[in-house]
Design a protein around this ligand. Sequence first.
Ligand code: ADP
Length: 144
Amino acid sequence: MTKIILVPIDISETELTQRVIAQVEAQARLDDAEVHFLTVLPLYPYYATLGARYVADLPVMDDLETDAMKKLDEIVKQFALPEDRVHKHFAEGAPKDKILELAKTIPADLIIISSHRPDFTTYLLGSTAAAVVRHAECSVLVIR
Ligand code: ADP
């Protein structure tokens, strides 16, 4: 059976570590896997504090999604993967919730995630990565 891999990507990270790329490529090759990339725009909590009125007419949301998908496209290009095995997703909300939700829907056999952003060297495991490790129902490969 084809394996399904989920790779959450934080587009605000300036550089994706080569280790993530290498691991995703290697895991994908193992069983001709489908690779799903997901980026989450953690906007909602901020707008929610402004009140429902603003949430209802967010004119910029479509633009933000388009920009985020463009950035995701650029990042995904760095991965040497067969095009027909690659899927890209966008969500808005709490990154950890959206990652866990999509992992259930696709459903993922494996999530590959970085432990934290490369420049935050004081943390061993970022909060998103920690929540995913703790709550995912599938295996999680944490890249350090
Ligand atoms: P840090 O706090 O150091 O940024 P995180 O746990 O937030 O650590 O990030 C670790 C990894 O979690 C990222 O490399 C990415 O794979 C995933 N991640 C974090 N934020 C997002 C996001 N907004 N969308 C998708 N994935 C994310």
